[in-house]
Design a protein around this ligand. Structure first.
Ligand code: NAD
Ligand code: MN
Length: 358
């Protein structure tokens, strides 16, 4: 029997609650399937670890997880640790060295969930956002001089390489080709950012020539936010820079009903390093410890991990279980307007897995 070694990094706040739920659901799924199993190694890295040690993860942290089949990540962020410390110290400290350059973010209105958009009744909103995840605005290039003085100057340089842009655009075209509508929108801001973003547009046109069967268009990011609200049906696959896609995907998650259901995969498509799977949301300290975090984003994330591991049947089984549970409003957590707890949603998904006879 195949055993997948998973590095579980719950992190902070509700990250701990949703990863615990996700591990239970994955174990139930393996038990139901019978042909594979999971071995979870838990790592207590995050803000509490930082307060004890001054580091978000140990110096040899990446060594400890580089042999795992996948990384199952919760969220980081604490009220008393600066956000740039938690983000750079753990999440980006894994994504960048492991070259997880493709951040894939599916968005769909699940059964039983209502989009805040009047024009959307469900299946018309079915998008995948592909986020460049290794450079751009989050390259970490920049600095501050004369810190704290009136003449202070600070920069965050958006660094784009031809190879980095080409590989993410090619990844997005391939993904668009695999979807029924074969439609891709390339998002930039090349009217105002006239160097890197113009290069991005040029590369998009070059790569597009390799995909004559994919219909593609270009959109400025500000106009894209409008199109997502006004003409959601006109969109299928989106590719955008690190910052732009970060923002667009929170909007997408809200339009699909809640940030609490949105999943993401940080992929190293060449599989030289493990890929990392996480819900989009953060540590949500406003609701942490209350047992009401929506675990659906983490469960959906787990389906992406199963696809990546090569278990499409188990992935489909989990997605069916998720959709059976969201369809029943008595299993909606407060972010969806309901009263259900993380425990109740998790139990309902486990019961749906057990009762799935397909
Ligand atoms: P957040 O995603 O944690 O929360 C935003 C809002 O959505 C909150 O009202 C929260 O209660 C709600 N929410 C989020 N996930 C939910 C879920 N599963 N169920 C129910 N409600 C949910 O974003 P924030 O409040 O801007 O940030 C909180 C902390 O998380 C900050 O420290 C931030 O830096 C960090 N953060 C981390 C990540 C990450 O680790 N990938 C992502 C975003 C934010
Ligand atoms: Mn974000």
């Amino acid at each position: 029997m195949k055993t997948y070694r998973i590095a579980a990094i719950p992190g902070d706040g509700i990250g701990v609650e949703v990863i615990a739920a996700g591990v239970e659901v994955l174990q139930a799924l393996a038990g139901r399937d019978g042909s594979f199993d999971f071995a979870f190694d838990h790592f207590d890295w995050g803000s509490d670890y930082y307060k004890r040690t001054g580091l978000m993860m140990p110096d040899d942290g990446r060594e400890q997880i580089k042999g795992h089949d996948a990384i199952f990540f919760g969220a980081v962020g604490a009220p008393d640790v600066p956000d740039h410390v938690t983000l750079w110290g753990l999440r980006l400290a894994i994504c960048q060295p492991f070259d997880q350059y493709a951040n894939v973010r599916p968005t769909r209105v699940l059964p039983g969930i209502t989009s805040p958009l009047r024009s959307v009744s469900g299946p018309e909103l079915d998008w995948v956002i592909v986020r460049e995840n290794s450079e751009g605005e989050y390259a970490g290039v920049g600095g501050r001089v004369h810190k704290g003085f009136p003449e202070e100057v600070a920069t965050d340089v958006s660094m784009m390489t031809r190879s980095g842009v080409a590989r993410i655009i090619r990844y997005a075209f391939r993904l668009a080709r695999s979807r029924p509508r074969k439609l891709l929108t390339v998002v930039t801001k090349s009217n105002a950012q006239r160097h890197a973003m113009v290069m991005w547009d040029e590369i998009a046109a070059e790569v597009a020539a390799e995909f004559p069967d994919v219909t593609w268009d270009k959109m400025l990011v500000d106009a894209m936010t409008m199109r997502m609200v006004i003409k959601p049906q006109s969109i299928d696959t989106i590719v955008a820079t690190n910052l732009h896609a970060d923002i667009l995907s929170d909007l997408a998650a809200a339009l699909a009903g809640s940030l609490g259901i949105a999943p993401t995969a940080n992929l190293n498509p060449e599989r030289a390093f493990p890929s990392m799977f996480e819900p989009i949301h953060g540590s949500a300290f406003d609701i942490a410890g209350k047992g009401i975090a929506n675990p659906i984003g983490t469960f959906w994330t787990a389906t992406m991990m199963l696809d990546h591991l090569g278990e499409p049947a188990a992935s489909a089984r989990l997605m069916r279980a998720i959709e059976r549970v969201t369809a029943d409003a008595s299993f909606h957590t407060p972010d969806l307007g309901g009263k259900a707890t993380t425990r109740q949603v998790t139990d309902a998904v486990i019961a749906a897995i057990a009762g799935d006879n397909a």
